[in-house]
Design a protein around this ligand. Structure first.
Ligand code: FAD
Length: 366
């Protein structure tokens, strides 16, 4: 580790790297400390940018933040690509929400009515209209919806591009697992360590295990569908994310566990539900089963802001199921906080103070 830096970021996942990149662009001296022991949640992540299809009852503030961040994605991806030459796999075909049974359709319509009540762009499609868009889907579908603004990106390509962008911006990468934050020599420390943030901050971030499959089309052909497909299948949910380079990501389990075991049951259920929606997937190669741990929080929302009682420590974690879509807005907001030493008012719902006995606004910046 070299000289004292202005900003040290703990965690080299998408959130930490994007924050480091933005801070370096502001002219600050920045280091990123990334553990050599394994990837973060991003490695298994599907990369759906889906604020509409994922808008859920009782999460209005989170949905508004997701919408804001998704709107920044096209410019964020274009900037990163033009700077690094990396294709991020950004695709804008939109998301089809599909229901296999009539009970599933009731659930899809109930959620869609809520999403429309928020003014979000989603519209109902009949089964025949769904199959006009994606003819390889099963004829057994009962109906569904199109969310045209819900896009996708490849998280592995995103992280690779961010590694290049940070290096070019002069960010120093330190390969170390930070066990004791006081050993890091910086004016400001940003904890963006995903599930590793809990031990560093005492905040309630817990691992939520997710297993995803990666399938490959026969003969290296592109997948036989172009939209992201989010399926309701006999009371369960599954998503299918087609990548341009021939891969389909099938996900995901949601398990309150911290182990990294690939289970036979997860592979079986994900494959069964995927093949129920797109029968041709049975002929694909099962290329990989990935396990990741989403950094979950008690209210499913991220934790963004200075840490009460720890002047100079800023937190950007707890992105749970949305860390890829939330990367641009998080990076911009945290870089702005670091520059101005002020927590922006519009991020008040996400302040770490909500999990602490100390009230917001009582903590001084160093
Ligand atoms: C199966 C699955 C599917 C998902 N699908 C989507 C999706 O479709 N769309 C979406 O937006 N999000 C999705 N997510 C969520 C998303 O991947 C996460 O929210 C996101 O990766 C969080 O980014 P992060 O940088 O905060 O944390 P991480 O990606 O977990 O990265 C944190 C990094 O910090 C490092 N680290 C941890 N502790 C330390 C330490 N003490 N010292 C040094 N380094 C440390 C880790 O090694 C890791 O590299 C999914 C997640 C999973 C698991």
């Amino acid at each position: 580790m070299g000289a004292r830096v202005d900003v040290a970021v703990i965690g080299g996942g998408p959130v930490g790297l994007a924050i480091a990149w933005r801070c370096a662009q502001q002219g600050q001296r920045v280091s990123v400390h990334q553990s050599a022991a394994g990837e973060g949640a991003w490695w298994a992540s599907a990369g759906m940018l889906a604020p509409v299809a994922e808008a859920n009852f009782g999460e209005g503030e989170l949905t508004a933040l997701l919408v804001r961040s998704a709107a920044r994605w096209p410019a964020f991806a274009a900037e990163l690509t033009s700077l690094t030459g990396h294709d991020l796999g950004y695709r804008s075909e939109g998301t089809l929400v599909v229901a296999l049974t009539s009970d599933d359709l009731v659930e899809v319509e109930r959620l869609m009515a809520y999403q429309q009540s928020l003014g979000l762009p989603i519209s109902a499609l009949r089964a025949s209209e769904l199959r006009e868009r994606e003819p390889t889907m099963t004829p057994r579908l009962r109906g569904g919806a199109l969310a045209p603004a819900d896009h996708q990106v490849d998280p592995r390509r995103l992280v690779a591009a961010l590694q290049v962008a940070t290096a070019r911006a002069g960010v120093e990468t330190v390969a170390e697992h930070v066990a004791d934050p006081s050993t890091v020599d910086a004016d400001i420390m940003v904890v963006a360590a995903g599930c590793g943030s809990a031990v560093l901050t005492g905040l309630p971030v817990r691992p939520v295990k997710g297993q995803t499959l990666r399938l490959k089309a026969p003969g290296g052909a592109p997948p036989e569908f172009r939209h992201v497909i989010r399926g309701y299948v006999g009371g369960r949910q599954v998503y299918l994310v087609p990548r341009s380079h021939g891969e389909v990501v099938v996900g995901a389990t949601v398990e309150e566990r911290s182990d990294s075991t690939v289970t036979a049951g997860a592979v079986m259920e994900l494959m069964r539900d995927a093949v129920d929606l797109v029968p041709g997937l049975a002929e694909y190669e099962l290329a990989e089963v990935g396990v990741g741990h989403r950094p979950g929080t008690p209210d499913n929302a991220p934790i963004l802001g200075q840490l009460p009682g720890r002047p100079g420590v800023v937190v950007a974690t707890g992105h749970y199921r949305h860390g890829i879509v939330l990367t641009p807005v998080t990076a911009d907001a945290i870089a702005e906080m670091v520059r101005t030493r002020v927590d922006p008012a519009d991020l008040a719902p996400f302040n770490p103070g909500r999990f602490s006995r100390q009230r917001e606004g009582t903590v001084a910046w160093s």
